[in-house]
Ligand binder design. Structure first.
Ligand SMILES: [Ca+2]
Ligand SMILES: [Ca+2]
Ligand SMILES: [Ca+2]
Ligand SMILES: [Ca+2]
Length: 415
């Protein structure tokens, strides 16, 4: 059924999969006999199933007494669709592939910000997502490359626990190929919003085209997802140099998952910022807003000047939302149709969702850090919020609250 939907979408144009964001279809179950343990592998007297980080391991055992005296969490399996986006079938994507058609740039004054900085290549934004089309022509300069790792020699040269991890890591496949799912284009689009190449006569551009994206694959085609995968992915991002993490996924089911919360704490203890989509349920005060460490981003309309900056009808909002960004729709790099050989490797397409708003905010945070390398994480976060435009009066009178600091403004942000 899912495949059929995807095929139908191919025939009309810009996007691949029709994603149901109904959170009632997302659920989780505990994985019996598996525990996420806060300990170094060397200090344990029993075998571990997988090392998840420097001081975090996954243990499989029927004898829970082995864990006496240790700090540990349950490992959940998450089932369902957690991507915070919907296709924009009502608006087919323009194919003229121009910066001017990326309406969000005008709204947030990207060009003006670029007079100060287009981003520093020292700033790494990790994107945790389901796939990345590494061969996209407009993303060639976007990827962070681990220079301490010799490619394809079968050796973990930098001794970080991952063999040949040159361009990110696939935590679902446990390999170095983040481009193994060719049925969707969610992560490619998110990465492109941040760092698609500017001034190369291909497509448009990212908001922070000179920063680097670390692509981390953590979600498979069947939605196979566990607390262990999430914990490992976040630790990898922090331990391998990311300053900002963008997660465009529905984390509402995880707000009481101790391994997830521990990972969020680890991110913030290490002075890394984490930006997350607010969610697409059109709901006030979504569960995820309990996690104050997340910079939660709601979506505003970006198509059609009259409606710009109005909250998207699908976007969650509420007292815990931090900021809004254009996400409805956004034109950015997409994967070409897998069955049409003639399709360009520089294709752009429109998607809409808080999934698209979050990376726009992450990209502005990356510009701030590039312009002010000595800022602390907290100063970057504060500047992001302080520089936003007030969009209260752009809303209908009955929906003027719950938009956080307003809509991101790149030009104000880099001052
Ligand atoms: Ca390595
Ligand atoms: Ca190697
Ligand atoms: Ca793979
Ligand atoms: Ca370009």
């Amino acid at each position: 059924m899912k495949l059929l939907t995807a095929v139908l979408c191919f025939s009309v144009g810009t996007v691949f999969a029709s994603i149901n964001s109904d959170s009632s279809k997302n659920y989780r179950e505990i994985i019996a006999g598996e525990y996420i343990v806060k300990a170094h592998e060397k200090n344990l007297s029993f075998p571990v199933k997988r090392v998840l980080g420097k001081n975090l391991v996954l243990v499989q055992t029927s004898d829970k007494s082995l864990l006496d005296g240790l700090e540990y969490f349950p490992n959940y399996k998450y089932v369902g669709e957690y991507r915070d986006f919907e296709d924009s079938d009502s608006e087919t994507g323009p194919n003229d592939e121009k910066f001017e058609d990326q309406f969000h740039h005008k709204m947030i004054k990207t060009k003006k910000a670029w007079a100060t900085t287009k981003g520093s290549s020292d700033i790494i934004v990790a994107v945790t997502d389901n796939e990345f089309f590494l061969g996209h022509k407009d993303l060639k300069t976007a990827w962070f490359k681990n220079s301490n790792e010799i490619p394809d020699d079968g050796i973990d040269n930098d001794n970080n626990g991952y063999i040949d991890d040159v361009i990110g890591w696939d935590f679902i496949g446990q390999d170095n190929n983040v481009d193994s799912d060719r049925t969707t284009t969610h992560g490619t689009h998110v990465a492109g919003i941040i760092a698609a190449t500017a001034n190369n006569e291909i497509g448009g551009a990212g908001i922070a085209p000179n920063v680097k994206v670390m692509p981390l694959r953590w979600y498979g085609p069947e939605g196979e997802w566990t607390s262990a995968v999430i914990a490992e992915t976040y630790r990898y991002a922090v331990d391998n140099g990311a300053k900002i993490i963008n997660t465009s996924y529905n984390v509402d089911r995880m707000v009481d998952d101790e391994a997830y919360l521990d990972a969020i704490a680890y991110i913030r203890e290490n002075d890394v910022l984490i930006v997350n989509s607010a969610g697409n349920a059109g709901e006030k005060d979504p569960p995820r807003q309990k996690i104050e460490e997340l910079i939660l981003v709601c979506s505003v309309k970006s198509g059609g000047e009259f409606f710009q900056d109005q909250r998207s009808s699908f976007s969650n909002y509420g007292s815990g939302i931090d900021i809004c960004a254009p996400g409805d729709p956004v034109l950015a790099p997409v994967r070409p149709h897998p069955r049409r050989r003639s399709t360009t490797q520089g294709k752009y397409g429109q998607l809409q969702g808080t999934s698209m708003a979050a990376p726009a905010a992450a990209a502005v945070a990356a510009l701030i850090w590039s312009a002010h390398p000595n800022f602390s994480d907290e100063e970057v976060r504060q500047r992001l919020l302080d520089s936003a435009d007030d969009i209260t009066r752009r809303q209908w009178p009955w929906s003027r609250s719950g938009l956080g600091a307003g809509r991101i403004n790149a030009a104000n942000a880099v001052k």
